[in-house]
Design a protein around this ligand. Structure first.
Ligand code: G6P
Length: 549
């Protein structure tokens, strides 16, 4: 169904009129005006708590944003996604990552196929395999248990598992060391191979398509390294595959019995919940992997059933839309105040930017508003000592999502209060800022001479009024991690619906891949490149020159 251009809709016009004043509102004034602001602008779901009160908006703004969500058809499109309609229009596919975390026995038939039964049949195989490896009964070629697991994959076949394995570090199996190799840069593989023993290492070749150049080269390199000291017939003990492409897996030399399948209706960046999560299940055990799925399912159920105005992913999406559209925020910074979520910003970069980094509508017209902001970030408190300066006093408004757990999973005294104090202090500081008068009074109290005060005041003033969300969970557990990831997945979905863009393809990554193939042939060949611009030609000549030295 063709959507009207966003800026022509009635609800967008209403928001525009509202925004004329609202964009200049002072958040601290909004708090002063309404003592109930915190309880009003917070929501609980699936073990997560979202405080969105430190944004430049009020209840009326939220109502108008919800009207927009309704007018853009968020509810109908959400239902279409859950029921397996082919909402990935450009690839004519269903989008069913939610089916990957549906409890066993829930009916979902798509194209005559019992999706739920398929999902659970693979999960049963994942359980059987991971139980054996973890128990030490899956033996390597010399009869020793596996000690190291190397996941070879890139993009969605790397970022999710890597992020989740780190996030659930405190649940990890003591014998199994997990490694992730993604980059075509041989330094990545080299560093891992230097640390593992071929007799006790299991390689997981994870690739939806099983054609991705980086993964294929890394897998070939791992295979060659293994065969340097091992035999072909031992490969089956040390190489397994996760893919949708049985033929390519077979052609690579991995027995389809050692392949864990998934389906074309699982987007790469949404595939953590499928057998792509094999490394997660190996690290934390199938029981906790199931709990991760249950946490995500709890968020799915909330997203599917909660009214829009109380729906956490919808609210997160609408606030992001408001900041992008009316505050001109071109980026979103993710600040997990939890070291184990260190890879979460990188994971979200692919989820959000590969989904919504688009400039045409589903119908092929140019969009008439900005779309996905640049997503980036780093763990607090580290980020405070690096780039928060710009967020406090730079010329751009950068909204921030703070993410924290109320309780730590360690018992080191003193740390967790210090961590949370910093997290809450930062969101307060971004919101309140510090006026020139406050700076002046402070300096006067310190006895600084007036002339010096005049000089310092502009530098020490914080404009404040910078928006942020705070997402809290009791503890970072498999369940809360599952809910957190699903929260952002659905947020991304809702924003794609608002902008009417095709969130489930990623054609933008293709051009560079094609050009790289051409240049690789030139780097490896005899003939000097001619056909490029002078910069590209020059760089290729330099790289070829370095080879002959
Ligand atoms: O899992 P694979 O088929 O190897 O794909 C790995 C990744 O590469 C592609 O280029 C896409 O940009 C990603 O969405 C995908 O996750």
């Amino acid at each position: 169904m063709r959507q009207p251009a966003l800026t022509t809709t009635a609800s967008f016009s209403a928001l525009q009129s509202h925004a004329v004043d609202a964009v200049d509102w002072q958040i601290r004034q909004l708090f002063a005006n309404d003592p109930q602001r915190f309880p009003k602008l917070t929501v609980d779901a699936a073990g997560l708590f979202l405080d969105y009160s430190k944004n430049r908006l009020d209840g009326r703004t939220v109502e108008l944003l919800v009207d927009l969500a309704r007018e853009r058809g968020v509810e109908a499109q959400r239902d279409a996604m859950f029921s397996g309609d082919k909402i990935n229009l450009t690839e004519h596919r269903s989008v069913l990552h939610t089916a990957l975390r549906m409890p066993r026995g829930k009916a979902l038939v798509v194209d005559g196929q019992d999706v739920n039964a398929d999902v659970h049949a693979v999960l049963d195989r994942v359980k059987a395999f991971t139980d054996k490896v973890r128990a030490g009964t899956w033996l390597g070629r010399s009869g020793k248990p596996i000690t190291d697991v190397v996941n070879i994959g890139i993009g969605g076949s790397d970022l999710g598992p890597k992020m989740a394995v780190l996030a659930l570090r405190s649940y990890a199996h003591p014998r199994l060391a997990m490694h992730f190799v993604s980059n075509v840069d041989g330094h990545d593989m080299d560093a891992v191979l230097a640390r593992v023993d071929p007799e006790t290492t299991l390689f997981i070749v994870a690739s939806k398509t099983f054609t991705t150049a980086e993964t294929m080269l890394n897998a070939q390199t791992a295979r060659r390294w293994f065969l340097g000291t091992g035999k072909e017939e031992d490969l089956a003990r040390h190489f397994v595959a996760v893919s949708t492409n049985t033929e390519a897996v077979r052609a690579f030399g991995i027995d389809p019995d050692n392949m864990f399948p998934f389906w074309d209706w699982v987007g790469g960046r949404y595939s953590l919940w499928s057998a792509i999560g094999l490394s997660v299940a190996l690290a934390v055990g199938f029981g906790y992997f199931e709990t991760l799925l249950e946490g995500a399912h709890a968020m799915d159920e909330h997203f599917r059933t909660a009214p829009l105005a109380e729906n956490m992913p919808v609210l997160l999406a609408l606030i992001g839309f408001w900041n992008r559209q009316f505050l001109g925020a071109a980026s979103l910074s993710i600040a997990p105040y939890h070291q184990d979520l260190n890879r979460f910003p990188a994971y979200l970069q692919q989820l959000d930017m590969e989904s919504n980094g688009k400039r045409v509508t589903k119908g092929g017209q140019s969009v008439d508003t900005p779309t996905c902001p640049i997503v980036w970030g780093e763990c607090g408190t580290n980020a405070q000592h690096a780039y928060f300066q710009l967020l406090h006093q730079g010329t751009d408004i950068v909204p921030i999502d703070f993410i924290a757990a109320l309780r730590a999973t360690h018992d080191l005294p003193g740390h967790h209060d210090a961590l949370l104090a910093n997290c809450f202090a930062q969101s307060e500081a971004f919101m309140k800022g510090k006026s020139g008068d406050e700076v002046r009074a402070e300096l006067q109290a310190q006895g600084v001479p007036e002339a010096k005060i005049d000089e310092l005041v502009p530098h020490k003033t914080f404009p404040g009024n910078r928006p942020s969300n705070t997402i809290l969970m009791d503890q970072l557990t498999p369940a809360t991690l599952g809910a957190l990831i699903a929260l952002y997945e659905h947020k991304t979905f809702v924003q794609g619906v608002l902008w009417d863009i095709a969130s489930f393809d990623q054609w933008g990554v293709e051009l560079g891949k094609v050009l790289a193939k051409k240049i690789q042939a030139e780097l490896e060949g005899e003939v000097d490149p001619q056909a490029h611009d002078s910069s590209t030609n020059g760089l290729i000549v330099m790289a070829k020159g370095a080879k002959v030295q």
